[in-house]
Design a protein around this ligand. Structure first.
Ligand code: XMP
Length: 513
C-alpha cells in the first residue's frame, strides 16, 4: 500500500475535494469519519492528517470533535478552516464567533517563511468561508500569514509539524492552493508520490488475483464508464475467469448493443453474454405513462433478468464484480442533516450478491471518477468509452414521454443518432455534460414538399454541469443547432419539429422524467 494521508471529515462539502487534490499530487488519501480514534489512524500507518472544514462552530453543543490524541501521534497535521479552529480549541488558543461571516476572496500576505508556502509569492488571493475565527494562538504556534480580517490566517508550530490555514486551499479560487497542499504532503509529511495510474493498476491486478484465486467472476456490463473500466481491469487480472453480462432492455440507443459486443467480445475477447430481454421490458411497459412507475418496472425487470442470466451461467462462479466508486463508499458525515428527498428512483442490484451467495469484487472502490477515467485510458479503452456522457439506467424509457412503443423508440433512436453525430463532428460532445433527444408525443402541423404533415416533436436537451446536481442549458452556436434541427426533420421520419430546451436545473431536472 502507498503511504496514506488521512482527511478527517467534519462535514464540509469540500472534504472530497481535499482528498482529490491530494491524489492529484500522486499521494494516496483516505477520508475518515471525524470520530476515528488516534489508535486506528496509527494502526493504519497514516503519514499525515488533514482536518477538513465544517459548517459548525467548535463551541456548538453538537460540534464534531476529533479524538484529542491525534495531536499526540507525532504525525504532521494541517487544519483547514474549521480544522484550524479545532487546533486552536484543542491546543490552548481561543476561537471567537465573528458577527459577520467572512465569505469570498481575500488577500493573504505571508509575513514569515513557512514550509507550507515554499516557492510561493508573498501575496496570494485566497478563498474564505467561515464564521468563527482564531483570536489567540495556542502555545508553540506563530502566525506566518495574515489577511485583511485575520492576523492568524496561516499559523504553524514547526516543532510538532502542525499547520493551520483559515482559508480553503482546495478550491480553485485560492491561488496556488494545490502547491500549498503539495508542500504539506511532500515537504512537511515527507511522503513519496506513489499514487500513479500505473502503480494502481499493478497493485489492483495483484489484489484481484489474490482475492479471486481460481474462482470465476461475473460482471454486469452497462457500457458506462465504471463497468467498462472494471471489466478491462478484471480482464487484465484474470482473463478467462471473467464473464460479463449485458442486458438488452430494448431501451438502448442506436447501435449500442453492437458497439458493446464489438469492443468487449471482439476486441478484448472477454466472455460476453447478452441477455436479450427487450420484448419483456416493452411488454411490461405497455400503456404505462407515469415516470416513477416506468422507472420501477424497468428497475425491477432489470434485476430479475440480470439475476436469471447470472443463475444460468453461474456454474462455479463465486464472485460478483461491481464498479463501485470511492464517493459511494465514503461514510459521509451528515451534520446538518440532508433532507434530499426522493426525486427520481435510481435502480441498483443491492441485495443480489447475498441472495445468490456471491462474494463482491469491487476493483474501483478506492477511486474517484477522474481516476477511473485515467485507469480506463491506461488500459486501452477508447476515448468514446472513457469520456462518454452519462446515460441513465432506465435508458430511453425516461426519454419517451407518455407510453413507450417500439415505433416511438425508433424515432427517438434515429433523432438521437443524428444529434450525437453532429455533437461529435462539431466537438461539442466533449464540452457539455450531456446531450440527448427527448420524444414528445405531441403532433404538430408542418409542410414537407407540398404536403401537409402532422408529425411528432423532438426536444433537444443539451446541458453543462460539473456534477449533475445543478445544470445549465448549453449556449450552443446557432449554426450547430440549425444543422441538428434540419438534419433531424429531413432524415428522421415522423418528426416535424425540433425544439431546444432552455431550462436550467433547478427547477427542471436534466432528464425529462
Ligand atoms: P436528473 O434528471 O435527476 O439527472 O437531473 C441527474 C443525472 O443522473 C442521470 N440519471 C440517472 N442515472 N439511473 C442512472 O444511472 C437513473 O435512473 C437516472 N436518472 C437520471 C441523468 O442522466 C443525469 O446525468
Amino acid at each position: 500500500m502507498p503511504q496514506t494521508i488521512a482527511v478527517l471529515d467534519f462535514g464540509s462539502q469540500l472534504t472530497q475535494v481535499i482528498a482529490r487534490r491530494i491524489r492529484e499530487a500522486q499521494v494516496y488519501s483516505k477520508i475518515y469519519h471525524f470520530s476515528t480514534t488516534a489508535a486506528q489512524l496509527r494502526a493504519d500507518g497514516v503519514a499525515g492528517i488533514i482536518l477538513s472544514g465544517g459548517p459548525q462552530s467548535v463551541y456548538a453543543k453538537q460540534a464534531p470533535h476529533p479524538d484529542r490524541a491525534i495531536f499526540e501521534l507525532g504525525v504532521p497535521v494541517l487544519g483547514i478552516c474549521y480544522g484550524v479552529q479545532l487546533m486552536g480549541h484543542f491546543l490552548g488558543g481561543t476561537v471567537a464567533h465573528s458577527k459577520a461571516r467572512e465569505y469570498g476572496h481575500g488577500e493573504l500576505t505571508l509575513t514569515k517563511k513557512s514550509p507550507l508556502f515554499t516557492g510561493l509569492p508573498k501575496r496570494l488571493r485566497v478563498w474564505n468561508s467561515h464564521g468563527d475565527k482564531l483570536t489567540q494562538l495556542p502555545p508553540g504556534f506563530r502566525a506566518v500569514g495574515t489577511t485583511e480580517n485575520s492576523p492568524f490566517a496561516a499559523i504553524e508550530d514547526t516543532k510538532r509539524h502542525f499547520h493551520g490555514i483559515q482559508f480553503h486551499p482546495e478550491v480553485f479560487h485560492t491561488e496556488r492552493g494545490a502547491d500549498m497542499i503539495r508542500n504539506f504532503l511532500l515537504g512537511v509529511c515527507g511522503v513519496k508520490q506513489e499514487w500513479t495510474t500505473k502503480d494502481f493498476i499493478a497493485q489492483s491486478v495483484e489484489k484481484i488475483r489474490a482475492q479471486v484465486g481460481k474462482g470465476r467472476v461475473l460482471l454486469g456490463l452497462s457500457g458506462g464508464v465504471d463497468s467498462s473500466v472494471a471489466a478491462a481491469l478484471l480482464h487484465k487480472a484474470i482473463g478467462k475467469q471473467l464473464t460479463c453480462v449485458f442486458v438488452d432492455n430494448g431501451l438502448l440507443r442506436k447501435g449500442e448493443r453492437a458497439a458493446v459486443e464489438k469492443l468487449y467480445g471482439d476486441h478484448f475477447k472477454i466472455d460476453l453474454r447478452v441477455a436479450d430481454a427487450s420484448k419483456l421490458f416493452l411488454r411490461r411497459l405497455k400503456g404505462v405513462t407515469e415516470p416513477e412507475q416506468k422507472r420501477k418496472i424497468i428497475g425491477r425487470t432489470f434485476v430479475e433478468v440480470f439475476e436469471k442470466s447470472l443463475k444460468s451461467i453461474k456454474g462455479s462462479a463465486e464472485f460478483l464484480a461491481q464498479g463501485t466508486l470511492y464517493p459511494d463508499v465514503i461514510e459521509s458525515v451528515s451534520i446538518q442533516g440532508n433532507p434530499a428527498s426522493l426525486i427520481k428512483t435510481h435502480h441498483n442490484v443491492g441485495g443480489l450478491p447475498a441472495r445468490m451467495k456471491l462474494k463482491l469484487v469491487e476493483p474501483l472502490r478506492e477511486l474517484f471518477k477522474d481516476e477511473v477515467r485515467r485507469v480506463g485510458e491506461a488500459l486501452g479503452l477508447p476515448k468514446e468509452v472513457v469520456w462518454r456522457q452519462p446515460f441513465p439506467g432506465p435508458g430511453l424509457g425516461v426519454r419517451v414521454m407518455g407510453d413507450i412503443t417500439e415505433p416511438k423508440l425508433e424515432i427517438l433512436r434515429n433523432a438521437d443518432a443524428v444529434l450525437q453525430e453532429e455533437m461529435m463532428a462539431s466537438g461539442h460532445y466533449w464540452k457539455v455534460w450531456q446531450s440527448f433527444c427527448v420524444f414528445l408525443p405531441v403532433q404538430t402541423v408542418g409542410v414537407f414538399g407540398d404536403e401537409r404533415t402532422y408529425d411528432y416533436v423532438i426536444a433537444l436537451r443539451i446541458v453543462e454541469s460539473t456534477d449533475a446536481m445543478t445544470a445549465d442549458w448549453a449556449k450552443l452556436p446557432h449554426e450547430v443547432l440549425q444543422k441538428i434541427s434540419s438534419r433531424i426533420t429531413n432524415e428522421v421520419r415522423g418528426v416535424g419539429r425540433v425544439v431546444y430546451d432552455v431550462s436550467s436545473k433547478p427547477p427542471a431536472t436534466i432528464e425529462w422524467e
